[in-house]
Design a protein around this ligand. Structure first.
Ligand code: ATP
Length: 267
């Protein structure tokens, strides 16, 4: 099961250049986490780096991509888990999974453990909270505290959430660095459109790109990816729609089509 958490989709090839915009975020990440992962011996004592980084902001703004890039830039092994998977799939075993995850990560240093939807793993205490999820949360905090004492260990936990306010206060304190990941600016949106469209992009003039960049205000990176996929498929769609219309015409002759008679249904 743990093997599925080790990302083998080439995340080590992901670099900051793959992220459009977010220049300040990239700069901060380089100093806060990438350099310490690469050169742990230079970041000891008072210079000890943060072991927990929280990325928060609207959905689809590239939090997962950023975590992959941190791993890629620092040549770290990337462990990726979705908190909702742990909580739903391994109910009762979540505590063991968390422990095993940290143990395996420690054998593959430098390593980045990325927890998507971290709010559902580290929810605020409530009376309805299941005993097993409380134990899992405690195990996570124990593992986290173990990391902070071994400061030269190149292990980083990155949590991502759209709902930071729902994270348990004690857990939130462990994420000593917190970065807000906003929706992309116009320049970044245009860059994403160009990258996403690939060769298709040549069909657009500079002015058209500018207009699309303007009109996609409020779109996330994920929205832009979806928009470009739809646009690229538009030609196929037109062609295939025309072909299906032909097929339909062959199958159904107009004289076979008669208006619906509602009285048929009443019988
Ligand atoms: P969620 O909150 O829904 O988990 P997320 O913030 O983790 O989303 P990603 O999954 O990283 O977002 O991004 C969604 C898609 O949008 C991916 O294909 C990603 O490559 C692309 N994307 C988002 N933001 C950017 C960006 N700034 N630069 C390049 N690609 C981006």
């Amino acid at each position: 099961i743990l093997a599925t958490m080790v990302d083998s989709s080439g995340s080590n090839q992901k670099k900051f250049d793959d992220i459009s915009g977010l220049e300040k975020v990239k700069e901060a990440l380089l100093e806060l986490v990438v350099w310490p992962l690469e050169h742990p011996e230079m970041f000891t004592g008072i210079k000890s780096p943060s072991k927990g980084l929280l990325l928060f902001g609207p959905p689809g703004t590239g939090k997962t991509l950023i975590a992959k890039c941190v791993a890629g830039e620092s040549q770290s092994t990337f462990f990726c888990i979705s908190a909702s998977t742990i909580t739903s799939k391994w109910i009762g075993d979540g505590e063991k999974m968390v422990k095993a995850l940290f143990e395996v990560a420690r054998t593959r240093l430098p390593a980045v453990i990325f927890i998507d939807e971290v709010d559902s793993l580290l929810t605020q205490r409530s009376s309805e909270e299941h005993e097993s999820s409380r134990r899992m949360k405690t195990e996570f905090l124990t593992q986290f505290d173990g990391m902070t004492t071994e400061s030269e260990e190149s292990l980083l936990v990155i949590g991502a959430t759209n709902r930071p306010q729902e994270i348990d206060e004690a857990a939130r304190r462990r994420f000593t660095k917190r970065l807000y990941i906003p929706l992309p600016e116009k320049e970044a949106r245009i860059e994403m459109i160009i990258k996403n469209l690939g060769d298709h992009q040549r069909k657009l003039s500079v002015t058209e790109l500018d207009v699309i960049g303007e009109r996609t205000d409020g779109y996330s990176g994920a929205d832009i990816t979806g928009l470009c996929q739809d646009a690229a498929n538009y030609g196929n769609r037109e062609l295939l729609m025309a072909r299906s219309r032909d097929k339909i015409r062959v199958k159904i002759r107009p004289d076979e089509v008669r208006p619906i008679n509602f009285s048929d249904f009443e019988k």
